[in-house]
Design a protein around this ligand. Sequence first.
Ligand SMILES: N=c1c2ncn([C@@H]3O[C@H](COP(=O)(O)OP(=O)(O)OP(=O)(O)O)[C@@H](O)[C@H]3O)c2ncn1[C@@H]1O[C@H](COP(=O)(O)O)[C@@H](O)[C@H]1O
Length: 111
Amino acid sequence: MSDQSASGESPTHAEDATDAVLEELFAVVEDRKETLPEDSYTASLFTHEKGENAVLEKLGEETTELLLAAKDDDREEIAHESADIVYHLLVLLSMKEMDVADLRAELRDRR
Ligand SMILES: N=c1c2ncn([C@@H]3O[C@H](COP(=O)(O)OP(=O)(O)OP(=O)(O)O)[C@@H](O)[C@H]3O)c2ncn1[C@@H]1O[C@H](COP(=O)(O)O)[C@@H](O)[C@H]1O
């Protein structure tokens, strides 16, 4: 990470790319919530069959898996579980009628 990035003064290209990935994934989540395609795992989370409890359970499971991966120093697994957590977190934000912008604003406020 560059000094400029660490200071928070100006986003780097890498940060721009990260932001775009989160925005794009969140847009897919929002689309699945609205259109509810039958073959979509995301859509299934918005049904009564699964719903919020399933998302919360997943976040709990994946957090445990992340802790185990960290204890094992398994970087590939850490990345995998982190991505699972971020995805399910975005689903939860959408369920609460929140936006990825709320997460970004909270992180920015801490700098
Ligand atoms: N990022 C994800 C994503 N992460 C996890 N999952 C699903 O979440 C489910 C549970 O995840 P787990 O890791 O617990 O699955 P698992 O096989 O039990 O694995 P482990 O428990 O062993 O880790 C699996 O069915 C995964 O496919 C995801 N499903 C969808 N997405 C994104 O959402 C987009 C839309 O997907 P659909 O809604 O399916 O069209 C995709 O293109 C992806 O970008």
